[in-house]
Design a protein around this ligand. Structure first.
Ligand SMILES: [Zn+2]
Length: 68
């Protein structure tokens, strides 16, 4: 892995902050996780987002391709 995502403004940073503000309501129990956020990981080509519902423990996942 030669690319660093740790500093500056990258597409990854923008995607991460974007998902921080949307869709934090759990579809399983309806809990709105206002203080929560999606955690993002990347392997360089794909971003994997995860959100753990603090109420029912349901884990949602999303993937997003950075490049095609
Ligand atoms: Zn839930």
């Amino acid at each position: 892995m030669s690319r660093s995502w740790s500093s500056g403004t990258t597409p990854f940073d923008r995607l991460t902050s974007h998902y921080d503000d949307v869709d934090l309501k759990c579809p399983s129990c309806g809990y709105e996780d206002e203080d929560g956020h999606w955690k993002a990981e990347t392997n360089g080509d794909t971003v994997l987002y995860r959100h753990l519902c603090p109420s029912c423990g349901s884990i949602r996942k999303r993937t997003l391709k950075l490049r095609s």
